[in-house]
Design a protein around this ligand. Sequence first.
Ligand SMILES: Cc1ncc(COP(=O)(O)O)c(C=O)c1O
Length: 425
Amino acid sequence: MNHSSRETDMKSGIDPTMIKKDFPILKKKMNGKPLIYLDSAATSQKPKEVIDAITEYYENYNANIHRGIYKIAETATEKYIESKRKLARFIGAGKFEEIIYVRNTTEAINLVALTWGMSNIKKGDRILISEMEHHSNIVPWQMLAKRKGAVLDYIKMDNNMEGLSEQSLREQIEKGPKMLAITHVSNVLGSINDVKRITKLAKKEGTTVLIDGAQSAPHMPVDVRAIGCDFFALSGHKMLGPTGIGALYGKTELLESMEPLFGGGDMIKSVAFDSYTPNDLPWKFEAGTSNIEGGIALGTAVDYLERIGMENIRGHEKELTAYALERLAKINGLKVFGYGRADIEKRGGVVSFSLDKIHPHDVSAVFDSFGIAIRAGHHCAMPLVRGIFKVGALSRMSFYLYNDKSDIDSAIDAIGSVKKVFKVK
Ligand SMILES: Cc1ncc(COP(=O)(O)O)c(C=O)c1O
């Protein structure tokens, strides 16, 4: 990287050159080239201290939580609860009891659909989502609507296919849906929905609101109480944590009113031959032995993110995205989807593009040969990509705190090589 681009990278208060050193995988090679990882929207890389937290648990205090009256079981229990306290603080929740650990965002949304949804949605009720949702925030509601005979409505994309149509948003909310489930940040376009304002509009109609925070919690400050939502779902693996751990935030009164999803150990206070009494929050929703090391290591990931600062991370990704958009705009035959550079405030660090008639899998394969990881496909948003954009697949670069402008420069060079290989100008 040249000196001037290093300075610009550090405007946000982040020095990606230093940060990269914390991530062992970023010292590796892919196809003989230094790995350049531009697929953090799919899953993030993990800093050494998160990896170490897992080893430390198994080497020093591996024991089941809640049950043991001995030192290492107490340590495991304390650390697991402590990680919930950290996550609660990180997303602005009131208390750790409002944090339910699940496997990922998908499970968090399904939990709400299967518990709150099964008790509260009746025949003919409306459920509202948007056209830019990930399959994880579409299919659970399709399943619920089918089971209950409810109507599933979609907030339409705007005419430029960048964000949501304000008119459609207002019209749909005025219909008084029972549930509004909407993404905070699109994993295809990077478009940021103003979920605070949208929640306020929905609340006037008495609608229960769930925010899919899979692409926001890792990348920007989040405050669930300021947003005013009832539920917020996130995945640990997208925010420097391990796979297999995610969280559902829910308001206490709602979580208390809901039936448990799974029955078994830990989720009960007492069991008789003919009945059971559910446990207190959050354990009521965590049946069986938890992903203990996953929860603890997610707490370590939160420590890491807080040390860097979420405002800094957001600022850094904004700079990288603006830089990428500026460079991509100069490439013939390349089309970027979503908001342009002038609307950078409405955009997260996700850039999807198409390149002439070259298939995104071919684009991705050439990138791979240069050691650059990007994603190609429908990005688990087939209704948007295939139904609205009318393309089979898109290439997608996504940025995180460990990326710098030289990573983007390498990607731009790789696009030049793709064009050469496929003989397009
Ligand atoms: C916006 C959005 N929602 C939900 C998900 C699902 O996340 P997970 O596979 O971790 O459940 C993703 C994953 O890419 C996503 O980007």
